[in-house]
Ligand binder design. Structure first.
Ligand SMILES: Nc1ncnc2c1ncn2[C@@H]1O[C@H](COP(=O)(O)OP(=O)(O)O)[C@@H](O)[C@H]1O
Ligand code: SF4
Ligand SMILES: [Mg+2]
Length: 358
């Protein structure tokens, strides 16, 4: 891959939570495979959007990336060094550079702390980041940077709206001047009208501070405007990844196509011709992942090979020589380009799933 210098390289990442039975003698009877083999590279200054349904392992992946939890296996290289095996001072230094913005600004801010103390809290853990006498000034500066009045420094979280609270969460994430921010569904709890403002703020901050983002969402429409590249996650694994136009306009994995068919389309003419792909069945449990292709129990194209062979996340052979926008990584044995939302005119016909008008 040519592109910006990699700042984060994730390889074979696994997080399996043991499932135990018995009270006195706990016996492991299985595992919740929350993250089950994730690979990606994040370039410096780049935004990687991670998208998938609830329960597919997004938050677990986020906690692994910021080192809140240790993986069961795999590596996370930050500037070339595997950070999953670090401890003590080295771990602390890395944590400073990779910060998280949490999903729910209503529950992630301590209601008994003032905004000033919340934003300045990281300095208590990393006192070397700012001398004590300078912290209030820094906090005021951070309030200003995220578009809040620095005079609000002594107010409490309940005195702010949802969007303002998320700005406070972002200010806290910036306090240590990190290089990477992992934002776990940062706008999912906000009103639609406020979502765009917070996303625009994140984009402005990225340009200003040269930040690299992993931006997690459950909806493809949210990440489109901020992502350079997108990874689509299903049951603990990335099933398709590419540059944003490749994923949105030239998806080749059936799961991505189904997700795209549910994205809101503002243009009424395009909306009329959009085809809606309804997936059958429920998402399987991460304790019992299907053999072969993990999406096969819900895929309208599944054949015998899908049960027997795990499709690798790679450029499918049929597109390898084309070098066109369909030539991106897709974990499907029968990958096919399918434009789900046509720019104009009727939808192109392809392998027809069960469809109904949107
Ligand atoms: N600490 C844990 N122990 C056991 N299972 C967990 C734990 N954390 C998450 N899980 C399970 O892992 C799966 C993925 O969860 P999560 O990462 O929160 O997904 P998402 O953020 O995409 O909704 C879910 O089935 C969830 O119940
Ligand atoms: S490998 Fe088979 S089951 Fe999996 S997405 Fe492709 S066609 Fe569907
Ligand atoms: Mg989550």
């Amino acid at each position: 891959m040519t592109g910006p210098e990699p700042i984060l390289e994730v390889s074979g990442l696994l997080k399996h939570y043991p499932l135990t039975r018995g009270i006195l003698f706990k016996k492991q009877v299985g595992a919740v495979k929350a993250v089950d083999g994730v690979d990606f590279t994040l370039g410096r200054g780049e935004t990687l959007g991670i998208v998938g349904e609830s329960g597919c392992g997004k938050s677990t992946l986020a906690r692994l990336l910021v080192n809140l939890e240790a993986p069961t296996a795999g590596s996370i290289r930050y500037r070339g060094e595997d950070i999953t095996r670090l401890s003590g001072r080295a771990l602390k230094a890395v944590r400073r550079n990779i910060q998280m913005v949490f999903q729910d600004p209503y529950t992630s801010l301590n209601p008994r702390m003032t905004v000033g103390d919340i934003i300045g809290e990281p300095y208590e853990i990393h006192p070397e980041a700012a001398p004590k006498g300078d912290r209030r000034r820094r906090v005021r500066e951070l309030l200003d940077v995220v578009g809040l009045n620095p005079e609000y420094i002594n107010r409490y979280p309940h005195q702010f709206s949802g969007g303002q609270r998320q700005r406070i969460g972002i200010a806290r994430g910036l306090a240590l001047r990190p290089e990477i921010i992992v934002a776990d569904e940062p706008v999912s709890a906000l009103d639609v009208s406020v979502q765009a403002q917070v996303i625009n703020l994140l984009a402005t901050l990225q340009a200003e501070f040269g930040l690299s983002y992993v931006f997690i969402a459950h909806d493809l429409s949210i990440v489109r405007h901020i992502s350079d590249r997108v990874g689509v996650m299903y049951l603990g694994r990335i099933v398709e990844t590419g540059r944003d136009a490749e994923i949105y306009d030239h998806p080749t994995h059936p799961y991505t196509q189904a997700l795209l068919s549910a994205v809101p389309v503002p243009d009424p003419r395009a909306r009329e011709h959009r085809e809606r792909i309804i997936l059958s069945g429920d998402v399987p449990s991460p304790t019992d992942i299907p053999s072969g292709c993990r999406f096969r129990t819900r895929c309208w194209k599944a054949r015998e090979r899908c049960t027997l062979e795990v499709p690798p996340l790679a450029v499918p052979e049929e597109f390898r020589l084309t070098r066109g926008p369909a030539a991106h990584d897709s974990a499907c044995h029968f990958a096919e380009e399918k434009r789900v939302v046509p720019p104009e005119g009727p939808a192109a016909s392809g392998d027809e799933p069960h469809t109904e008008p949107a």
